[in-house]
Every structure is written in C-alpha cells, then in structure tokens.
Design a binder for this molecule. Sequence first.
Ligand code: PMP
Length: 291
Amino acid sequence: MAAQAFDNRDGWIWLDGEYVPHREAKVHLLTHALHYASAVFEGERAYEGVVFKSREHSERLHMSARLLGFEIPYAAEEIDRVKAELIKKHSFSNCYLRAIAWRGSAQMGVAAKRDDVHVGVAAWEWGDYFADKMKGIRLMVAPWRRPAPDTAPVNAKAAGLYMICTLSKHAAADAGFDDAMMFDWRGQIAEATGANIFFVKDGAVHTPYPDCFLNGLTRQTVIGQLRARGIEVIERAIWPNELASFSECFLTGSAAEVTPVREIAGLSFKPGALSEQAVHDYAALVRRKNA
Ligand code: PMP
C-alpha cells in the first residue's frame, strides 16, 4: 500500500497561532516562499514525549529567518510550547516535528513585504531516516557542491539550500546509493544531503569545519559526547584524497541521529566500535528527559 501523502492525514497542525485540522493547513498558490524559497524550517525529534533540544531548534529557526531578512512573530518559548502541545494532542511518544516560517502572499515578486511572515508546526510519527542504519549506509559523491558563504546564506536552515540536496539525493537513489556526500565549493568534503559527516582515523575523530554548511545540533552534541569520553575530535579541512586513510565514517542529524556509513563511492568503511559507541551514546542521551 502506498504511504499516505503528507496532506492527507488525521490530526492537527498549528498554523499562525491556531490548531487547524491536518488536511486544512493550506497556503495559497501565490505564496512568496513557494516561488522564491523564502522559507526556513527545523526538523526535530521527540523521544518519550520530549523534544530533544527544543529551545536550540526554535532559536535556530529565528536565526535562519533573520539571515533571510525576516523576523518570526512568535518567541522561541512560544514555539517550544506549541511543539509540546502538539505532541500531547496526538498522544505521540516518539515523533518528528517540523516547524516552518515563510513569507506569504502580500507581495508577489522578488521583493517581499518584510512583515508578511507565517509560521506552522506539524508533527508525525516517523522511524529511522535510513532503513537498516546499523548495517551502515552507502554514499556516492554528489553531483552538486555546497555553495560558498558569499553565494548563499549557508548558516540558515533555509528551503532554497535544499534544491541541491534533493538533486543530489535523487542522483544517489538513481545510482543505487542511500545518500550522497557533498563537497564544498573548494572541493573539500562538506556533509551529506541532510546530515553532517565524521571520519575515524587511529582512534581520533575528524570532521569538516562547518564554514559553509549547518553546524548541526546533533553534530555539536556528538562532538561533546566524544570529547567527554576522552576521544580527540579534530575539526578541519578534509580533502577527498584522504578518504582511503579513514577506517570508519558516520553521519549525524536530528533525523539521521548517528548513522554509520559502510561505503563511499567504492571505498569501504567498517561500522566499527567508535561509530557504535557514538550511536549508543546519542540514543541514550536523547531518551534522558530534558537532556
Ligand atoms: N546538514 C543538513 C543539510 C541538514 O539538513 C541537517 C539536518 N537539519 C544537518 C546538516 C544536521 O543538522 P541537525 O543535527 O541540527 O539536525
């Protein structure tokens, strides 16, 4: 049976201050965000009814909006409250949440009216982002590169930046891979299409410095956990010709959590002890209430 489309489900969505039935949470065709990608969003997970790093996500939503030149008319505390209420309203335990803010229909052209801002929050039950994630996933090299910081607002979790992610993820799926690893505009390794990337070499962890992609909340959490265990984490420029020197690789993201990688474009990695440790430490932390 085909999965139920996302606009055809039961439940509630919070839209501009009100709970509306899920199927009625609609926007008009002439919406600035649809035409010009003026939307910012968050992907979050709740565990046992509690959103992991809810405040950090709400604050990042505000920051992303500011980077696109608009202000969200609801405080981070208010968005946190809505997320908690939505979970209760649906009696969800483990779920995914999507908060989004976008420019509306007041003006239809490249320029937009600055205060025409809408906000919505939805929640749904969702399992692992990658099937069989503990087996390790397979990445190909993406046909698109992360843009330079003077080419796009690279620190915003903004809809427009996902154009190249969708193209890359589709290219990976068409070639039989689970996801794609993107280089940045310099040719350095950057991240996957919806998650940050880490490598292991001689007991130390190496990860690209996030100067042209999201410094993920999961990335920051996992770096903290690794360091707390006394494992050295080195943030630096990583070039593709170093790939063969790494023994393990894993991805991090709110949706992906910690996902081991077993292959990048023909090169094999062992989803080894360090990756497994990271998977388990993250899983334990997110289930500890109010972590
Ligand atoms: N990079 C991209 C492109 C992403 O979409 C995500 C998921 N939000 C991440 C990195 C990881 O960010 P986080 O850990 O905050 O979810």
